[in-house]
Ligand binder design. Structure first.
Ligand SMILES: [Zn+2]
Length: 152
């Protein structure tokens, strides 16, 4: 679905008029109307408000143009239910709900994460954890969370 259809479906699903939605996200009714005809798209700040209003991730509001991956453990974030949230309830689309919760990261070191992931993946693949570890580590090092940690 495109953003215009997603927004209309969500608004109607909540039983809101264009006016009512406009008021909640602090825009004019005309702006809502233009989103729903596909003439314009909400700006970044408004997308955040719409995300909060509908409890839907920004990526999903935009028709899921990006394949999101947790930037800590690499897990694909295919559903909003697996995306982490800030303590105030807003989605944090960079992380999964296990790596980041209540404003805190679950893994402070790459070793701690590898201790968890390597045996888990080894079981799934029927391989030895020690053999998998360097490969998993190389992949994790590409993710933002670990890149930033390495830079510090
Ligand atoms: Zn994760």
């Amino acid at each position: 679905m495109e953003t215009r259809d997603i927004l209309r479906t969500l608004r109607e699903g909540r039983g809101l008029t264009q006016d009512a939605l406009a008021e909640r996200v602090m825009v004019t009714r005309q702006a809502v109307s233009r989103w729903e005809t596909g003439e314009t798209q909400p700006n970044t700040e408004t997308l955040k408000l719409l995300s909060r209003e509908f409890d839907v991730s920004i990526n999903a509001l935009l028709g899921a143009p990006r394949q999101l991956f947790c930037q800590c453990c690499g897990m694909p974030l295919t559903e909003d239910g697996t995306i982490s949230r800030e303590p105030d309830g807003a989605f944090n689309e960079n992380y999964c709900e296990w790596c980041y919760a209540d404003g805190e990261f679950a893994y402070q070191s790459l070793d701690a994460l590898l201790d968890y992931i390597a045996p888990h993946m080894a079981r799934q693949l029927g391989a030895a954890p020690e053999a998998l570890r360097p490969q998993i580590e190389a992949r994790l090092m590409e993710l933002e969370y670990w890149k930033e940690k390495a830079d510090r």
